[in-house]
Design a protein around this ligand. Structure first.
Ligand code: ACO
Length: 363
């Protein structure tokens, strides 16, 4: 038994393979580096949904329908925005997705809802009215336009599109597993995605990149690295953006995103501090955990990539959801095809009826 289900195989999937030893991620037969270079969000949707989603569509049809879905979902903003006024962005997104009905909603609507709700929720928190989506734009460019009011730097839009592709799917991570568990009960696609978003929210999963930027800000400059690290270790804090359940080497997505940052305005300066911090942290982790290799995970350079693309750090986890919703929906379809409920066992250690022993009742 392992309370973290470490190494337990709980699903059979054709979607993605994470090779933790080699530091390799394959999505439907393609290395992630290849997909990040060539694909946009709609291409990735077509790849992941192929043979699984209802109504087979190529990427051109998905691109078009997704644009229209963004306009459809924007009609819900007059209800969502007042209700979410006092919520954080991620709580507002959770509320917005929960407003979709399991019977009436489709996967395109869910994928459209994440950027439309995220942009409008952020603008509301800044005292700004929502900006209408434009169905003719790509997913990332339209999101950035809805967020900022535009015009959008094309390099930033391309960087965000690459990010969405890079994080779209990643084996049986905590949020995808959650989605599959809920889907296995036949609760429906919206309920499964809302549950997945709740799992993503935590700082040990998708909530890490905001704190990565906080960390870089607190460190400030190269002289600040060592004292800051010593304080963190003394306080027993985990270092965000490092360590992974599966990878025993560098997360391949970290380098994809590092290259994205390097190509953006101001990216090179930020990378210089980040690299120094990364080197210092890896050296310390190697000393403290000689038997367990802890390396850089996707979230470290995600933070820099999303910052360079112009996103406020409060929206980093929502941006992750914007990409990962593709993987969640594909896994939900795949899980629904198996038809079997996911129901593991537990080991009882509580009190026993009088005259009996734990060994006897546990069988
Ligand atoms: N900083 C400091 N110590 C760490 C870190 C870290 N980032 N990661 C693991 N450790 C330590 C743990 O404290 C533990 O030490 P112990 O045995 O003395 O208690 C040991 O390494 C093993 O850690 P586990 O928690 O068993 O590792 P697990 O595989 O369960 O956790 C996780 C993986 C959650 C990602 C962990 O490495 C972590 O908390 N990282 C920081 C948060 C983070 O970056 N999350 C994003 C992950 S990527 C993603 O989800 C998209």
């Amino acid at each position: 038994m392992d309370t973290g289900l470490d190494g337990v195989v709980a699903a059979v999937t054709k979607l993605s393979q994470v090779d933790g030893g080699a530091g390799r991620l394959i999505v439907r037969g393609h290395d992630i580096e290849e997909l990040a270079a060539d694909y946009d969000f709609a291409d990735m949707a077509a790849l992941l949904w192929d043979g699984l989603a209802p109504g087979q569509q190529d990427s051109a049809a998905i691109r078009q329908d997704l644009g229209q879905a963004r306009s459809r979902v924007a009609a819900m903003l007059p209800v969502l925005l007042p209700a979410a006024r006092d919520l954080s962005a991620i709580e507002g997104l959770r509320a917005g997705l929960a407003m979709l009905g399991d019977d009436t909603s489709d996967h395109l609507l869910l994928c459209a809802a994440v950027p439309v709700f995220t942009a409008a929720l952020w603008r509301q928190s800044q005292g700004e009215a929502p900006v209408a989506p434009d169905p003719a734009r790509g997913q990332a460019e339209d999101f950035l336009t809805m967020l900022t009011g535009g015009p959008v730097d094309q390099a930033a839009a391309r960087a965000l599109e690459t990010y969405l592709v890079t994080v779209a799917d990643h084996g049986l991570n905590a949020s995808t597993f959650t989605a599959r568990v809920v889907a296995s009960t036949r609760a429906g696609i919206v309920s499964s995605v809302v549950a997945a978003l709740c799992a993503l929210k935590g700082p040990l999963h998708g909530g890490a990149p905001g704190p990565v930027l906080d960390m870089l800000d607190e460190i400030g400059d190269l002289d600040g690295v060592e004292p800051w690290l010593q304080r963190q270790f003394a306080a027993g804090e985990r270092l965000m953006g490092f360590g992974h359940r599966v990878y025993r080497t560098r997360d391949p997505r970290a380098d994809v995103l590092k290259a994205v940052v390097a190509n953006l305005r101001g990216g090179a300066n930020r990378i210089a501090l980040a690299e120094a911090v990364e080197r210092a942290i890896l050296a310390q982790l190697a000393v403290r955990y000689p038997d367990r290799r802890l390396d850089t995970n996707v979230e470290f350079y995600t933070a820099l990539a999303l910052e360079a693309a112009g996103l406020p750090r409060e929206l980093f986890t929502l941006a992750f959801a914007m990409g990962r919703v593709l993987g969640w929906t594909a896994h939900i379809f795949e899980q629904e095809q198996t038809g079997r409920i996911i129901r593991p066992a537990s080991r009882y250690t509580g009190p026993v009826p009088k005259g009996e022993t734990l060994v006897a009742i546990a069988g």
